[in-house]
Design a protein around this ligand. Structure first.
Ligand SMILES: [Zn+2]
Length: 340
């Protein structure tokens, strides 16, 4: 089969890879309807994160089950399924508490390379959620978004305790930040402030439910959030970048007693203990337990309540994955969908 492989910073190639097959009796093999490039794929692509040899890429997936192992009961060949970037058993104590991305048996799907024609999914019963029927083709981008960026933005909003009557600020205007806006809207936030300086992203943020746009960053951005909230700061702030600046912007834009939901993969973030102590801010985040939210998100997509697939502003054949990475790296695209 064909699949994307990262050889070195900036060097993504689509080449022949070994066809996936059932290894464990709990595995499934799926044929991807679509896959995509993640903001987090850009960290190794830019050489900021080390690459271990030629690495198969991709961890977002949706498609049709082709084959299941002998112990798989919950999904069957022919079903359309969505899964998350960590395979999980969904039965251990951590999974049952809603933290499937820290499952005691978790396996990273990224290592298996979902930017490909087919994918082996470990722990299929716990990992995959089937749609009620094979979806119309126009729903595929939204279902693919549920696999990571929507689920991650949703977790950011839940971790930030978004709810009715709350003012929410979102730091980061990538796909996760934009879908955190959508999540905040769905969860009933009263006011949603998107922090973005890019016009097309501001437009999408407004479409997803943002009521205000703040273009300033850092302490100036914090000042603007304070201005908009009577000097107090937002109740809930979602951090969707993962840098020192964005994390401190999130913490400082939150009012005492408020909540930060941080879902940007942290790179070099160090928190000052003294400032944190006196901030009175709750911090909760990490790799999103997307599996917790998948059944609800699939419902909202299939009944067309939400359309998170709008974050894909570039669609390419899998063979052109390299251009998909380049477009995101140069910020010409918010998120690239790849069709195998
Ligand atoms: Zn588990």
């Amino acid at each position: 089969m064909r699949g994307a492989v990262l050889y070195a910073p900036g060097d993504v190639r689509v080449e022949e890879r070994e066809d996936p097959r059932i290894v464990e009796p709990t595995d499934a093999v799926i044929r991807l309807a679509a896959t995509c490039v993640c903001g987090s794929d850009l960290w190794p692509y830019r050489g900021i994160e080390a690459i271990r040899g030629p690495a198969p890429m991709g961890h977002e997936y949706a498609g049709i089950v082709e084959e299941v192992g002998s112990d798989v009961r919950a999904v069957q060949p022919g079903q359309f399924v969505v899964g998350s970037f960590f395979a999980s058993d969904n039965t251990c104590e951590i999974c049952r508490a809603g933290y499937q991305s820290s499952c005691v048996h978790r396996e990273p799907v990224g290592a298996l390379g979902a930017q490909a024609e087919r994918l082996r999914v470990p722990l299929a019963d716990g990992t995959l959620v089937a749609t009620p029927a094979v979806p119309a083709d126009d729903l595929v981008p939204s279902l693919l978004a549920a696999s990571d960026v929507l689920g991650t933005g949703w977790f950011g909003a839940v971790a930030a305790e978004v709810g009715p009557g709350r003012t929410v600020a979102v730091v980061g205007d990538g796909a996760v930040g934009l879908l955190a806006v959508l999540a905040a809207r769905q969860l009933g936030a009263e006011r949603i402030i998107a922090m973005s300086r890019h016009e097309p992203r501001q437009r999408l943020a407004r479409e997803f439910g943002a009521t205000d746009i703040v273009t300033e960053r850092g302490n100036e951005g914090v000042g603007r959030i304070k201005d908009l909230t009577g000097g107090l700061g937002a109740h809930s702030v979602i951090e969707a970048v993962g840098t020192q600046e964005s994390m401190m912007q999130a913490i400082r834009a939150t009012r005492p007693g408020g909540h930060v939901g941080y879902v940007g993969v942290a790179h070099g973030v160090e928190l000052p203990g003294g400032e944190l102590f006196f901030s009175h801010v709750h911090l909760h985040g990490g790799p999103a337990p997307v599996r917790r939210f998948l059944p609800e998100l699939i419902d909202l997509i299939c009944n067309r309540t939400i359309d998170p697939g709008k974050v894909f502003d570039l669609e390419l054949p899998l063979e052109q994955a390299a251009e998909g990475y380049r477009a995101m790296d140069e910020r010409r695209a918010i998120k690239t969908l790849l069709r195998p």
